[in-house]
Design a protein around this ligand. Structure first.
Ligand code: SF4
Length: 227
C-alpha cells in the first residue's frame, strides 16, 4: 500500500557525474540508500551501512525536481535491501522530466518487483578480492527478469578475472553487451596504478576480449576527485 508517508532510508543525496559503467560522464542526481548486509572487505561506502534518515518519498521527489537533473542514480549501500525501493522507482519513473533511473546493485539479492519505465539496472557483483561469495544464481535471475540490465564486474587481480570469466562463459546466452570491467579500488594501491594494471591484465586475455565485447572503465569520479 502506497501512502503519502511511505519512506525510504537514505544516507545522502548529492549531485555529481555518473562515474561508473557505460553511462559514465552523465550529470546525475544520486540517492544513496542506507544499509547493506553484504560486508565487502574493501567497501568504499561503509558509512552507508548504518541507518540514515527516513525520507518521505514525496519529499525525495521534491528534491529531485528542485535539482533539475534528468538522470537519477539510486545507489547504496545496497538499495535492493530497502523495502520501499519499488515504490520510489515507480514514482520517479512517472516524472516527465526524468530521462533515466539507474539502479546500482551488487546483485546478491534478487527482487522481482522493480520493473518500471526508464529503469536501467546495473549489476555490480563483488569479486573474490572483496571476500564475499559470487552471486551467480541471483545474477541469472536479474538477467532473465529485467530487459534493461548489464553487468559491471569489479576486478583487482587474476583470481577476480578468472571468476568473472568463468561466469561469463557459463552464462554467455544471458550476457548483454558490452561487459564492463571496472578496476577495483583498494586502500593499499593508488587507483591510477590499479586501473593501469587491470587494463593490461584484461587486454592480455585475447580469447576473452575476442569472444565478448569488453569495456574497461575505471571509476571516473575518483580519477577527477568528485564524489
Ligand atoms: S555491496 Fe557495496 S555497499 Fe555493500 S559492502 Fe559491498 S561494496 Fe559496500
Amino acid at each position: 500500500m502506497i501512502s503519502e508517508t511511505t519512506t525510504v532510508n537514505v544516507t545522502e543525496l548529492f549531485i555529481s557525474i555518473q562515474g561508473e559503467g557505460i553511462d559514465a560522464g552523465a550529470p546525475s542526481f544520486f540517492i544513496r540508500t542506507s544499509g547493506c548486509s553484504i560486508g565487502c572487505k574493501y567497501c568504499d561506502t561503509k558509512y552507508s551501512w548504518s541507518r540514515g534518515r527516513e525520507w518521505k518519498i514525496d519529499d525525495l521527489i521534491e528534491e529531485v525536481l528542485k535539482a533539475e537533473i534528468p538522470e537519477v542514480v539510486i545507489t547504496g549501500g545496497e538499495p535492493v535491501e530497502e523495502k520501499n525501493l519499488s515504490v520510489l522507482i515507480r514514482k520517479l519513473s512517472e516524472i516527465d522530466s526524468i530521462r533515466k533511473i539507474t539502479l546500482e546493485t551488487c546483485g546478491h539479492i534478487f527482487r522481482d518487483d522493480l520493473g518500471a519505465p526508464k529503469l536501467k539496472i546495473v549489476l555490480s557483483p563483488k569479486p573474490p578480492t572483496m571476500g564475499v561469495e559470487f552471486p551467480e544464481r541471483a545474477l541469472q535471475k536479474f538477467l532473465t527478469t529485467y530487459e534493461d540490465t548489464y553487468i559491471k564486474f569489479a576486478v583487482y587481480d587474476k583470481k577476480d578475472l578468472k571468476v568473472i570469466r568463468q561466469f561469463t562463459y557459463r552464462n554467455a546466452k544471458l550476457i548483454r553487451k558490452p561487459i564492463v570491467i571496472q578496476p577495483l579500488e583498494v586502500p593499499f594501491e593508488n587507483y591510477v596504478e590499479t586501473s593501469k594494471r587491470v587494463s593490461e591484465l584484461v587486454i592480455a586475455d585475447r580469447e576473452f576480449i575476442n569472444d565478448f565485447e569488453v569495456k574497461i572503465i575505471p571509476q571516473l569520479h575518483k580519477l577527477i576527485g568528485l564524489k
